[in-house]
Design a protein around this ligand. Structure first.
Ligand code: PEP
Ligand code: MN
Length: 257
């Protein structure tokens, strides 16, 4: 049985609905986030994503707005009545970061940062634990165990693709991890079709497969102008593309729920 994780009075994850978390890879400006917040709330999406601390491969690229980004997220969340998920990378930012966000994201690169896992285990905020890009299922569940042992059981797992020899996609989205996780644990599991593929045109097919295989939702990158995004534009939908995705989910949902 999948555990229900309550986010607010009318939003839970793991409750047989298909949750959609959407927003840009990175928080770039208040104006950008305002456009996204307004758009998402206008079509009934409740959970906004956006990175303030960005774990970039190249240290010479945009690293995120950090606390200024968290402040923007909080302002947009309050303005449009949204919930916010954002990555925290450093144990020293966990306590303060919790004042701005509703779900703490642990990124793929930090899945085995045990100090960080223990720190998020000791706060009362749901944690979105992304799968390490070369982590086995066992290692992933043991990372969740580090969080749980500190007292925080509100853990949502996120399959975001793993490294394989295949180079057409950025990662190989391991969709069967969904039924495997459902067999081995009670944690809800969502899919990240953006990082899982690296390609905008694969987001809809990957999402449909995620829904059919029993995932509890998705986290997807959406940007008002993907070609101008400071990170991950190629795997971000624009607003029209996102509306098509939501329609496709609604159409398919009736067959599974
Ligand atoms: C992200 O979701 O912003 C991100 C960096 O993803 P991942 O940790 O899966 O690479
Ligand atoms: Mn990204």
């Amino acid at each position: 049985m999948t555990k229900n994780i309550k986010l607010d009075n009318d939003t839970t994850i793991g409750n047989k609905d298909f949750n959609i978390m959407a927003g840009p890879c990175a928080v770039e400006s208040e104006e950008q986030m305002d456009r996204i917040g307004k758009f998402l709330s206008s079509i009934g999406i409740k959970i906004l994503r956006g990175g303030a601390f960005k774990p970039r491969t190249n240290p010479n690229t945009f690293q995120g707005l950090e606390y200024d980004g968290l402040k923007i997220l909080k302002a947009i969340k309050e303005k449009y009545g949204l919930l916010v998920v954002s990555e925290i990378m450093d144990p020293r930012d966990v306590e303060l970061g919790c004042e701005y966000i509703d779900i703490i994201q642990i990124g793929s690169r930090n899945m085995q940062n045990f100090a960080l896992l223990k720190e998020v285990g000791s706060v009362k905020k749901p944690v979105l634990l992304k799968r390490g890009m070369s982590a086995t299922i066992e290692e992933w569940l043991m990372a969740a165990e580090y969080i749980r042992l500190e007292g925080n059981e509100d853990i949502i797992l996120c399959e975001r693709g793993i490294r394989t020899f295949s180079d057409y996609t950025r990662n190989t989205l391991d969709l069967v991890s969904v039924p495997i996780i459902k067999n081995l644990s009670e944690y809800p599991i969502i899919i990240d079709p953006s990082h899982g593929t690296g390609r905008r045109e694969l987001i809809i097919p990957a999402t449909k497969a995620a829904l059919a295989i029993g995932a509890d939702g998705i986290i997807v990158e959406v940007h008002p102008e993907p070609s101008k995004a400071l990170s991950d534009g190629d795997q971000s939908l624009d607003f029209d593309g996102f509306k098509v995705l939501v329609d496709e989910i609604e159409k398919l949902k009736v067959h599974f729920y």
